[in-house]
Design a protein around this ligand. Structure first.
Ligand code: CMC
Length: 427
């Protein structure tokens, strides 16, 4: 016998079933609330709303736990590759050797993009943000690959095609924005290596792949690979629920990720640390501004809707950041500022009371800088990493037997009936 919550309204009682997840988290099933009581729920920002049941990612924000398909992200960051983690998220389990080899072959075979797409890149104004370009280009893929995604095999090809092409598209946009020759993917290089080579190789200066850089990028992408029902993933599900094509749904996710409160925070953190550095390293001013309720400024890279403790991804990212800078023998003054900022914030009653800890974006920008990624491309790097998660969530929503178009309601607070006045009679 399952649990129920009793709602009493106007003298009548209604029993609402309690749904229990596999980790014991509980939700009140309100799917019949309106039809039985006439009421709806109101939850701005959806902080108390479960939009779906999902078997992809588990997060416990109080304990700082993150698992993909049950596997702790710490184990994946230590032992897996981004490609294998992508397979895990999309297919629900780790691949065997033959499956991983087949997946690699598909990623290689689909890695080129239609040559006509190059012309699109060349016609964006030079100041265009790479996230706007990426979102537009992913949407445009539908015109180049219009076949219907009906069978399971067609769906697999379609999603692998996007995984393969997104790194080529991202690197190509960078090369074209710099006026450089485009570098094509190579069949002898694996996923991360290929991306780095397409970004940094030039005809006059061959790019030397370094294992520490490859590992840092693998971990960066593994840590970003999924994060359950965040803003961009919800955008993919909501847009996909109208049964638009796959590319349009992912393009919506990329657009949603762009915002500074979401994926754009990695760029915003480095912009903030740079501003502090240019101001003589005065990080206390930033802390004071973040606490001032009359100032809209927020400490970027701090706080999270779900994590009320240290973001487990930030812990790993911080370690990777230290290791990478050490191995490259690099010193980044922004890292010194970040460390000082974190130490002071974690002792400050404001940040303690609000449970504000560093999130994944606090150290990730410094890792990307060390790899050589320009700041404007940071959120594109997040998008490439998040793609397996968006794909897995989109597939799950398409296969959900309880699927319905996402269509929230509202409480109307506008004027009551108000008749039309012809223009000559208006004041
Ligand atoms: N600096 C200062 N105050 C903050 C911060 C911050 N970074 N984050 C939250 N607060 C305060 C906020 O002012 C509010 O105070 P009050 O209740 O007095 O008005 C309170 O904490 C709750 O904030 P909220 O905006 O209602 O919390 P939320 O759960 O809606 O927002 C967040 C979460 C991540 C948008 C927010 O913490 C934030 O803006 N952080 C900075 C941006 C950032 O680093 N984003 C990356 C998130 S991790 C990557 C990803 O998964 O997208």
């Amino acid at each position: 016998m399952g649990e129920f919550v009793t709602l009493t309204y106007q003298g009548e009682s209604f029993e609402l079933p309690v749904i229990v997840g596999s980790e014991g988290e509980k939700a009140i099933d309100i799917s019949k609330l309106r039809s039985e009581t006439g009421l709806i729920t109101l939850d701005p920002g959806y902080a108390n709303t479960g939009a779906c049941q999902s078997s992809i990612t588990f997060m416990d924000g109080e304990k700082g736990i993150l698992r993909y398909r049950g596997i702790p992200v710490e184990e994946l960051a230590q032992h897996s590759t981004f490609k294998e983690t992508a397979y895990l998220l999309i297919n629900g389990r780790l691949p065997n050797t033959a499956e991983l080899r087949h997946f690699s072959i598909m990623l290689n075979d689909h890695s080129l993009i239609h040559e006509d797409m190059k012309a699109f890149y060349q016609n964006f104004p030079t100041a265009s943000h790479p996230m706007g370009i990426l979102s537009a280009m992913v949407n445009a893929l539908r015109s180049f690959y219009p076949e219907l995604e009906t069978s399971e095999e067609e769906t697999n090809i379609m999603v692998t095609r996007l995984l393969a092409k997104i790194r080529t598209m991202a690197a190509m946009s960078y090369k074209i924005s710099r006026g450089h020759t485009v570098v094509y993917p190579r069949p002898d290089l694996a996923y991360c290596e290929n991306f780095l080579n397409m970004m940094f190789d030039t005809p006059v200066k061959p790019y030397r792949l370094k294992k520490e850089v490859i590992r840092a990028l693998q971990v960066f992408w593994i840590l970003h690979a999924d994060h359950e029902q965040n803003c961009s993933t919800s955008a993919v599900r909501v847009v996909g629920s109208g049964r638009v094509n796959f590319y349009a749904a992912i393009s919506a996710g990329i657009a949603a990720l762009w915002g500074p409160l979401h994926g754009g925070a990695n760029q915003a953190v480095v912009d903030m640390l740079t501003a502090i550095h240019n101001d003589g390293g005065n990080f206390r001013k930033a802390i004071n501004r973040a606490k001032d309720k009359n100032d809209p400024f927020r400490l970027m890279g701090f706080g999270h809707r779900v994590y009320k403790t240290y973001d487990p991804r930030a812990k790993i990212m911080k370690k990777i950041c230290d290791q990478l800078l050490d191995s490259l023998d690099k010193h980044d003054p922004l890292l010194d500022i970040a460390r000082e900022l974190e130490a002071v914030a974690l002792e400050d009653p404001y940040f303690i009371d609000y449970n504000l800890y560093p999130n994944i974006d606090f150290y990730s920008g410094i890792v990307l800088r060390a790899i050589g990624i320009p700041t404007s491309m940071f959120t594109v790097m997040f998008a490439i990493g998040r793609l397996p998660g968006w794909i897995a969530q989109w597939k799950e929503s398409m296969d959900d037997p309880n699927w319905r178009i996402c269509r929230p309601r509202q409480i109307y607070i506008g004027p009551n009936i108000n008749h039309y006045i012809p223009i000559e009679k208006r004041e």
